[in-house]
Design a protein around this ligand. Sequence first.
Ligand SMILES: Nc1ncnc2c1ncn2[C@@H]1O[C@H](COP(=O)(O)OP(=O)(O)OP(=O)(O)O)[C@@H](O)[C@H]1O
Ligand SMILES: [Mg+2]
Length: 241
Amino acid sequence: MTKLLEVKGLTRRFGGLVAVNNVSFGLDAGHITALIGPNGAGKTTCFNLVTGALKISSGKVFFEGRSIENSPPENICRMGIARTFQIVRPMRDMTVLENAMVGAFSWTKNVGEARATAYESLESVGLASKANATTDQLTLPDRKMLEAAKALSTRPKLLLLDEVMAGLRPTEAAGVVRVLQRLAEKGLTILLVEHVMRIIMEVASTVVVLHHGAKIAEGSPKDVVSDPKVLEGYLGTGFHG
Ligand SMILES: Nc1ncnc2c1ncn2[C@@H]1O[C@H](COP(=O)(O)OP(=O)(O)OP(=O)(O)O)[C@@H](O)[C@H]1O
Ligand SMILES: [Mg+2]
């Protein structure tokens, strides 16, 4: 299968710390891949390297076969890679729709076009009915989905989601899972950082496991949860699928 994104030997050092250590993986187009690992494993740093927010120490990143490492973030965004941030930060003096429009201004200066795209993004995450609300009226799950809508307004081919379900109740997370499944069905490729194994088992076709910056396992969710290295390094002995 064609890989939409391929990272090869991705490495990032912070002084003496190797936050991401020689990591290689590929993402199948139209699939949801989960990037998992304990706190500090290097997941967010991987996102920062792929999106150009941080410079790579060594390694290669290919998107649609093109080498993109160390391209400026705005170019990488225009090529079709968008991300959400672990900490949600909507702009408070703007409406939900206006927040979602911000992403569209990465590719258009036309306000009408940006508004139409933002509205579509809000529809695809179930927030269209709140388009005119202010962001302080939103619940946590809605704020998380607004971050996704902002990213979708850039019209990405690949969406990187950093803990979009953290802090949500199981029923709220289930709603987000359905949104992600619908987006993938429409052809979007998703790389998801997520801690809850039950959610990973449900949505991900492939799981990449990081530990201390290095990849320790990769495979189907079923294979990964029964991998002894993953059980030792991450899930612990108390894990029961
Ligand atoms: N800008 C930075 N400067 C120095 N060290 C950093 C920087 N960013 C991340 N690190 C370190 O790199 C390591 C990996 O951090 P990262 O944020 O990528 O982990 P993570 O897997 O996303 O963890 P979490 O699950 O807690 O979000 C950590 O030890 C972190 O302290
Ligand atoms: Mg993180």
